[in-house]
Ligand binder design. Sequence first.
Ligand code: LIP
Length: 281
Amino acid sequence: MADQWQESFDHAVAVARKAGEVIRDALQNNVKIMTKSSSVDLVTQTDQMVEKIIISSVKEKFPSHSFIGEESVAAGQPCVFTDNPTWIVDPVDGTTNFVHGFPFVAVSIGFAVNKELEFGVVYSCLEDKMYTGRKGKGAFCDGERLQVSDVTEIRKTMIISELGSNRDKETVTKIFSTMQKILCIPVHGLRGSGTAATNMCLVASGAVEAFFEIGIHCWDVAAGAVIVTEAGGVLMDVDGGPFDLMSRRMVSANNKTIADRLVKEIDIFPAERDDAPREKK
Ligand code: LIP
């Protein structure tokens, strides 16, 4: 049967690479930095420009497709996930890293049809690494097939997570409490790249055994979700239930044994769903 999403996938890879070039060029200039939900939730003109480049190029080739873009939602567009072919875009995943020149910044493009993720593309543009995953066709990094780690003992794992941008003391206490419990299992190590998409590609490549976070958005993880599962990994909710792309929380791991063990340590705190009805501004 003709592969009906091949053209969309090829375009996602091409536009992710082009977006990465724009991001690298922007690093040489003093881009304007703005804030969103708080003083530490940063956005730059580069985030906005790169999202416009991605979305306009897709609209030109696939005018009937839908979009969920981080900066479009931040500008007031509703985050509506329908059965229509939908591009789920984080133009600059790791914006704070980008602002500080910390070398992990990714373009993340997920694509779903009938609310099922069909492919994911994550271009780690400062490393120049192109991660891809297509449903039923495997996951790759620059053409090399990806395979998750085969570790099943939690005490032999490297775990990756993030501190996020929430600075509410009660929430931060829960985040640190979770990290302390996991670290003291003990695990070999706890890391964070600063971008969820990159963290998930590290799970897919076997460099770490699991990524978890509460507070992420669908655009941070849509692409990585395909790459992890196509590399043999698993996804679940932080309470052990099924993964829910719009829930703003997830565990991705090399296998269910590790995922189930991690879930026991996670202190859950609320995060408003991406698709929650938004007050009219
Ligand atoms: C980032 C996520 C990361 C999270 C950060 C931030 P952004 O995405 O990738 O997991 O901890 O707070 O949300 O905002 O750089 O696109």
